[in-house]
Design a protein around this ligand. Sequence first.
Ligand SMILES: [Mn+2]
Length: 330
Amino acid sequence: MDNKNFEIKKQILDKIKEYDRIIIGRHFRPDGDAVGSTMGFATILRESFPKKEVFVVNEDYSDYVAFLDDDKTVLADEAYADALFVAIDTGTSDRLSNKKYVLAKEIVKIDHHVDNIPYGDISWVEDRRSSACEMIVDFALTFKDELKVTKRAAECLFTGIATDSGRFRFSSTSGETMRLAGYLLDFGLDLETIYSNLYLEEFDYFKFQAYIFGQMKVTENGVAYIVVTREMQKEWNLSNEEASNVISLLNSIKGSIIWLAFIENPFDEEVRVRLRSRFVTINKLAEKYGGGGHECAAGATVHSAEELQCLIDDADAISRDYKANNTGWM
Ligand SMILES: [Mn+2]
């Protein structure tokens, strides 16, 4: 365990002790890490401080990790005035699913995204971490005499680490990630059930995959991309989450070190872009198109077919230059 940022962690623990009501939130369109970290943290706080009211309150939920049995609490505005709001896994406050966070007395931020637009009265950000869940485990172990981790919390936190690290495959996976995940495994987690929940798909989904493989394109210098059109989303009855997850179908093509999914917004002209890469970094490219994120996983937005093509061309040039000047990529 590393004691970097011990002072900030201590401030957060003290703040939690100070409040009787703690409301926990995360980013909208939640993924495994967002759900796992908030539910895991809530479980730890409830076990450790049974007299406190601890709520996880958000406005949207995940189908993908529904097995984590997310809280769907709705709280009256009045409940916020004397509460501490803990925002986890959310880089910027505009991405918070629970818009009522502004009503809370104080805000704590715990996150592993690049801290471009800081927020919160206390902010603990470590952008080298694989996941917010990894930070929650680190937090629990930093104060292991006061915080109680249970098997239920361990299941939530392990799921978040496993999903956000690409099953311990992304370069954000460190020895520390493995040690903390190992600590969680020791609670007797049922890996077969967890991974079955994460991997198994309906037969129809495989037909959808075959369709996507037929639609995707690869540029001259190896940028794989797909446009998930409105029509496609309607025809295949895709949820927002399912449409976004199409990006993961492009991630294993030899020579494609950058891959992109363009997801048309069903309600306006906006097109959401998910950018992924290996070896080469693409967060600068995302920033150029009004977005940002991690070095190898970022998001952006384009507003026209022309802008969409520009982004593909830019990505192609980055891929070309990287391949020309580096070896060892695949
Ligand atoms: Mn995350």
